[in-house]
Design a protein around this ligand. Structure first.
Ligand code: 2BA
Length: 107
């Protein structure tokens, strides 16, 4: 048995965990914070059989692809005058750890 720990953006985590559940996997969502950016992200915990790891990683990957999006940004010209313009940023992606499970116990 393996434990898949996947850190992904909050925006992608809902769809990814829904898809895992639909495919019959059990999943737990933790609200986490990145140590570098100090921004919120989500860690999914999924226990599965060894031969299911690839499927779990594929499903998470389907919902957390890296892509570019435009977000509004503002620049100040002079006293009280601002202009808003879109800035392209990269979002998404996932960091995944696969760990061996010594014991799986449900009481
Ligand atoms: P990613 O490498 O895609 O990492 C996204 C988030 O995944 C991280 O958020 C962290 O919560 C988790 N993570 C990644 N690698 C990990 C690991 N080896 N162990 C535990 N958790 C891990 P943040 O720490 O806020 O980092 C956000 C992004 O900032 C990173 O994206 C990376 O592009 C950059 N970054 C992180 N640490 C950096 C550093 N020391 N120097 C330069 N850039 C860094």
């Amino acid at each position: 048995m393996k434990l898949v720990l996947a850190i992904l953006s909050n925006d992608d985590s809902g769809a990814a965990s829904n898809a895992l559940t639909k495919h019959g996997f059990q999943v737990t969502r933790l609200s986490t914070t990145g140590g570098f950016l100090r921004a919120g992200n989500t860690t999914l915990i999924c226990g599965c059989q060894d031969e299911e790891v690839e499927k779990v990683v594929d499903i998470i990957g389907d919902f957390s692809k890296k892509r570019n999006e435009y977000v509004p940004s503002a620049v100040s010209y002079d006293v009280g005058r601002y202009s808003s313009f879109p800035v392209e940023v990269q979002v998404g992606g996932a960091t995944i750890f696969v760990l061996p499970v010594d014991q799986f116990i449900k009481l």
